[in-house]
Design a protein around this ligand. Sequence first.
Ligand SMILES: NC(=O)c1ccc[n+]([C@@H]2O[C@H](COP(=O)([O-])OP(=O)(O)OC[C@H]3O[C@@H](n4cnc5c(N)ncnc54)[C@H](O)[C@@H]3O)[C@@H](O)[C@H]2O)c1
Ligand SMILES: O=P(O)(O)OC[C@@H](O)[C@@H](O)[C@H](O)[C@H](O)CO
Length: 381
Amino acid sequence: MQEIFIVGAGKIGKGFLGEVYHTAGWRLSFLDKDPEVANAMRDAGKYTVKVHETEKTYDHIVDGYDVYLTDPAYSCRDAFLCADLMALALYPADIDDAAAYLAPLLEARAKENPAQKLTILSCTNKNHIMAHIEGEFLKPLSPAAQDWFRENVALRDVIIRRGTTSPSPAALELETKAVATLLIQSPVYCDLSQVPWMELKDNIEQLKDIKLYTYNSTHACCAFASYLKGYTTINEGMADPEIFNLVQEVLDESCAGLVKEFPITEKELYDFCYVLRTKLQSPHTDYVFRVAYDPMRKLSHNDRLTGNALTCLKHGIDPKALIQSIANGMAYAEPKDPKAMEIQALIREKGIAAAVSQVCELPQDHELVQRVSTLYEKIGR
Ligand SMILES: NC(=O)c1ccc[n+]([C@@H]2O[C@H](COP(=O)([O-])OP(=O)(O)OC[C@H]3O[C@@H](n4cnc5c(N)ncnc54)[C@H](O)[C@@H]3O)[C@@H](O)[C@H]2O)c1
Ligand SMILES: O=P(O)(O)OC[C@@H](O)[C@@H](O)[C@H](O)[C@H](O)CO
């Protein structure tokens, strides 16, 4: 039996990877830093995922797993030492800590089980960070373990094309929309051919910008605009004609920039985004809080809105709706989102132009900073 070690037992860990690898008959081990999350899973011994496929919806009960806390005694040691696959189902900001915690385990594996190769999947929406992650894994290792890691570990990026939700981090009832495969940078060191929804690809870095600048730019646009209108779900936002139109404009601008920037035809891009162009309601509730979460990352230089707008400007396309969405993101003042609060503090301390300049990582006299600042002042809050 093959074994997956899932770091981060949240929505993607439990609701996507746990569900899919359980279906495929793999042994599942979860590691989480939150005692509430780990205890809830351990006490219940099972959880339920409502899976929405194109033609059917069904409940899948996932059980028979082990769950560990990131304890100082490394109770997860045995599970880690024989895992074929490790998935980092974490936000990018949590990966460095996870790599530091995992270092003694990698050191032990290099000594005690050197012959078994390991594949690590980095499951985030942040692109161009794989060299950094590899550095974080290698940094604490001894020279011998570093050599072993380079020879025997395939650290790979992925593209997650499904929304997975739960009402709280420890919830044992999740929902997932299963309509597209998980794209994984090839090659890997384990056999994924019998695991549903897994697809190996050889150009993940480029495809990931295209996915972020279409699926995630429209998603962020909807979340920030929805917050400003007082909605709490993405479903409510998409049902509002004004927000729906803004989302479509963001998609049009993004696609116009992408066909100029990347070797992809308009038809290929249209097909890739087909689902975004229909007014279909999602079969499950998705939350503005989740989709808007961490606006500092979402508005940063290479990410879904700013990176996208810069690509448009580079190719002579006016990114009007993207710029409005960045301004809306600057006005996203959800008290429970620490990074939204950091942005609000920056605006209070430095003024809007300096804050946009810092968040979007652009000079203050850049056209985009000036236009975002002007639009921000017009937003009624
Ligand atoms: N949920 C989705 O629909 C979705 C879709 C695409 C991509 N993603 C990406 O997947 C990643 C995970 O998202 P999620 O929705 O599952 O988040 P989540 O908050 O539901 O789960 C993350 C889990 O990781 C745990 N964690 C954090 N730091 C840890 C550490 N150092 N060691 C062990 N556990 C740790 C947290 O306690 C939490 O349980 C993110 O990068 C997100 O952008 C999510
Ligand atoms: O996970 P984030 O915070 O990068 O972005 C929120 C959502 O846009 C994202 O999770 C999507 O639902 C997902 O990328 C599926 O397309």
